[in-house]
Design a protein around this ligand. Structure first.
Ligand code: RP5
Length: 164
């Protein structure tokens, strides 16, 4: 199975990024985690992305806050799908990171999830890997079904409480 690369701009992003790690673990998807910054370690971020395909990655998650160029800088050097997580780590509550990540110019796509949306980033990476992996696709379908059943159980409880 292809690996997912998880890159964060700083170790201060880890509390959010851990949700992506946990989600990939729950699906038995192999991954690598690194701290590379578009601004503080641009050479390492570039080297990772240039070599990502030959190193067996099928999707890359890039999490960064503030002037969050990490996802775009990685996407500039690979055609492997890049998913950006804008991190809420500043006085602007993540809106700065959201706009920096989502507003990519034409030609270099970054799939941007919600501010601190680490779980969805991991699920989207899993769905990308699952295009060529039927077992993983079945696991994702089962997870969706279980989540749907949980909501329907809650619906029954709330209906019992208020609709009689
Ligand atoms: C960004 O700046 C990082 O991704 C982090 O969200 C933010 C703050 O980094 P630290 O100053 O906490 O290392 O590059």
């Amino acid at each position: 199975m292809k690996k997912v690369g998880i890159i964060m701009g700083s170790d201060s992003d880890l509390p959010v990024v851990e949700k992506a790690i946990d989600t990939l673990k729950s699906l038995d998807i192999p991954f690598e985690v690194h701290i590379y910054s578009a601004h503080r370690t641009p050479v390492e971020a570039r080297d990772f992305s240039i070599n990502a395909r030959k190193n067996g990655f099928g999707a890359i998650i890039a999490a960064a806050g503030k002037a969050a160029h990490l996802a775009g800088a990685i996407a500039a050097n690979t055609t492997i799908p890049v998913i950006g997580i804008p991190i809420k780590s500043s006085t602007l509550d993540g809106l700065d990171a959201l706009l920096s990540t989502v507003q990519m110019p034409g030609g270099i796509p970054v799939a941007t999830v919600a501010i601190d949306g680490a779980q969805n980033a991991a699920l989207l990476a899993a769905q990308i890997i699952a295009v060529e992996d039927a077992d993983l696709a079945a696991k994702l379908d089962a997870q969706r079904k279980s989540a749907m059943e949980t909501v329907l159980e809650k619906n029954e409880k709330i209906a019992d409480k208020y609709n009689n």
